[in-house]
Write a protein that binds this ligand. Structure first.
Ligand code: TRP
Length: 453
C-alpha cells in the first residue's frame, strides 16, 4: 500500500507524520526570528499584506509543485530533474538548489547557534535583573564575539547531522511530531503576555495597519523572499521531502495545511514581538538581533519568566533543527543517490562543508566586520542571495518546469493519486503555475534587484 519507488527507500509513514515533517521544515527561524525582523525593516503592515498574498497565491502552488515533482520522481532534488527530463538542462535547477542549501545552512546555523546560546543563558538565569538597554548590549557583545557563537554554531550543525543520520522515519518524522505542537502553545502564551503589556496597541497597529506608501520594489522582493524562505520552497527541500511522501497521501491537502500552519506561526510571532517592541520603546527595524533583544524583556515581565524563557529558546532551537535537517537532507540525499555514498559519509562531508561556510557568516560581526559586499555584511549578502535571489529564481524555474515541460496528464495523475482523488482546482492550479506564478515572480524579482523599473 504505502509503496515508495525503490524497495529500500526510507520514507514518511503516517499522514500526521508527513504534516509534522513538512511543517517542521517550514516552521523554523524563518517564522520566529526572520519574519518579525524583516517585517520590522520593511514597514510592518504593508509588508504583512504582501507576504500574505505571496503565501496564498504563489507559495501553496509552488509547494504543491515541489511535492509532486519529488513524489513522481522518487529522487533527490537534482536526480528528480534528471529522471523527469532526461538529457535536458533542467537538472541545473537541482544543482542551484544544492548551492542554495549551503548558503542557507551557513547563515541558518549562525542564528540557530545564537538560539542555543540563549537556551544556555536562560538556564543559568543570565537575563535576570538586566534593563532593556543592558539586554541589548549583552546581545551585541555576544554577537560580536568569536569563540562562543562559533562553538554554538558547531553544536547546532552536529545536532542536525545526528538527526540526519537516524534517517527519515526514525529521525525527522519522529521528532517533528512531538515538538511542533509544543512550540505553538508556547508562542500563544507569549503573545498573550506581550499583548497585555502597557502600550501593546501600538505594536499591533504597526503589524496590522498597512501603510501603502511603504510598498516599493524592495519591500515586495523582501516579502516574496520571506514567503519562499518560510515555506521552504525554491531549492528542492520539498522535492526531496516529496520523494518520501507515500503515494496515497493527498498532496494538495498537505501543502495547504502546512502553508496555513506556517503562516499562522509567523503572524503569532509578530503578535508576540511587536507589542513588546513598542512597550519597551525599542525600534522595530533593529535587524537580525530583534527577537534576541526583545524577548528577554518579555520574559522578565512574566510570572514564571525563567521557566518560559528556557522553554521558549529550547523549542525555538528545536524548530530550527527540524528546518535545518530539511536543508541538509537536500545535500545528503543528493550525495547518497548520485554518488552512491554511505549516508554517514555524505552527512559528514555536508556537515564539514557547512561548518566551513558557516564560520564566515558567524564572524560577520567580529573578524569580518569590515567586509562589505554591495553594502552588506557577509551574513547579509548570504541571506539576500539565498532568500531574495536563489529561492525566487528556483521557484520560478520549478513552476516553469512543471507547468510547461511536464505533461499535464502526468501532473494530474500525481495530484489525484492516479485518479483516486478529485482535482476540482486543478485548472486553477495549472493556470497559476503556467502564468500567474512565473509572471509575478519574474516581475517582483527583476524589479527588486533593480533590473526593471
Ligand atoms: N522554512 C524554514 C524556516 O522558516 C527554513 C528552511 C528549511 C528553508 N528548509 C528550507 C528555507 C528550504 C528555504 C529552503 O525557518
Amino acid at each position: 500500500m504505502l509503496e515508495s519507488g525503490s524497495g529500500n527507500r526510507d520514507g514518511f509513514t503516517s499522514k500526521f507524520g508527513i504534516i509534522c515533517a513538512a511543517a517542521g521544515s517550514a516552521i523554523g527561524l524563518g517564522n520566529i526570528w526572520r519574519f518579525p525582523y524583516v517585517a520590522g525593516e520593511n514597514g510592518g503592515g504593508a509588508f504583512l499584506l504582501m507576504y500574505l498574498g505571496f503565501v496564498l497565491v504563489l507559495g501553496i502552488p509552488v509547494m504543491l509543485t515541489e511535492f509532486s515533482i519529488g513524489r513522481r520522481a522518487q529522487r533527490n532534488a537534482y536526480g528528480s530533474f534528471r529522471k523527469l527530463a532526461p538529457g535536458k538542462p533542467w537538472y541545473l535547477v537541482g544543482l542551484m538548489g544544492i548551492v542554495a542549501a549551503f548558503v542557507i545552512l551557513a547563515f541558518y546555523s549562525t542564528i540557530a547557534g545564537w538560539t542555543l546560546h540563549y537556551v544556555y543563558t536562560s538556564l543559568i538565569n543570565g537575563f535576570a535583573g538586566q534593563s532593556t538597554e543592558q539586554l541589548s548590549r549583552s546581545f551585541e557583545a555576544f554577537q560580536s564575539s568569536i569563540g562562543m557563537p562559533l562553538f554554538w554554531q558547531f553544536v547546532f550543525i552536529v545536532l542536525t547531522a545526528i538527526i540526519i543520520l537516524s534517517g527519515i522515519k526514525k529521525g525527522i518524522e519522529k521528532y517533528s511530531k512531538i515538538l511542533m505542537p509544543f512550540l505553538f502553545l508556547l508562542l500563544l502564551i507569549l503573545s498573550v503576555r506581550s499583548l497585555t503589556l502597557p502600550g501593546a496597541m501600538e505594536g499591533l497597529r504597526f503589524l496590522f495597519r498597512p501603510d501603502f506608501s511603504k510598498i516599493n520594489a524592495d519591500v515586495m522582493l523582501s516579502a516574496l523572499g520571506q514567503a519562499a524562505f518560510s515555506l521552504s520552497i525554491g531549492m528542492g527541500a520539498l522535492i526531496t521531502y516529496g520523494s518520501y511522501i507515500p503515494k496515497n497521501n493527498n498532496l494538495s491537502q498537505t501543502a495547504f495545511e502546512v502553508s496555513v500552519a506556517d503562516l499562522l506561526i509567523a503572524v503569532l510571532a509578530g503578535v508576540a514581538i511587536f507589542p513588546a517592541v513598542f512597550a519597551f520603546q525599542m525600534a522595530p527595524d533593529e535587524g537580525v538581533g530583534l527577537i534576541f533583544k526583545v524577548l528577554p524583556n518579555i520574559f522578565q515581565q512574566m510570572v514564571g519568566g525563567y521557566f518560559f524563557s528556557l522553554m521558549f529558546f529550547i523549542l525555538l532551537a528545536i524548530a530550527a533543527l527540524t528546518s535545518s535537517i530539511s536543508i541538509m537532507e537536500v545535500v545528503v540525499a543528493f550525495l547518497v543517490e548520485e554518488f552512491r555514498m554511505l549516508r554517514s559519509v555524505a552527512t559528514a562531508i555536508t556537515a564539514i562543508a557547512a561548518t566551513v561556510v558557516g564560520v564566515f557568516c558567524t564572524l560577520s560581526w567580529s573578524t569580518f566586520e569590515g567586509v562589505s559586499i554591495f553594502g552588506q555584511s557577509i551574513f547579509g549578502i548570504m541571506d539576500f542571495t539565498a532568500s531574495n535571489v536563489l529561492l525566487p529564481l528556483g521557484a520560478l524555474l520549478i513552476v516553469l518546469f512543471a507547468g510547461w515541460y511536464l505533461s499535464r496528464a502526468d501532473l494530474r495523475d500525481e495530484l489525484t493519486n492516479g485518479g483516486l482523488l478529485k482535482a476540482r482546482l486543478f485548472g486553477l492550479f495549472m493556470f497559476i503555475i503556467r502564468f500567474v506564478a512565473p509572471v509575478a515572480i519574474a516581475i517582483v524579482f527583476l524589479q527588486g534587484i533593480g533590473f526593471i523599473r
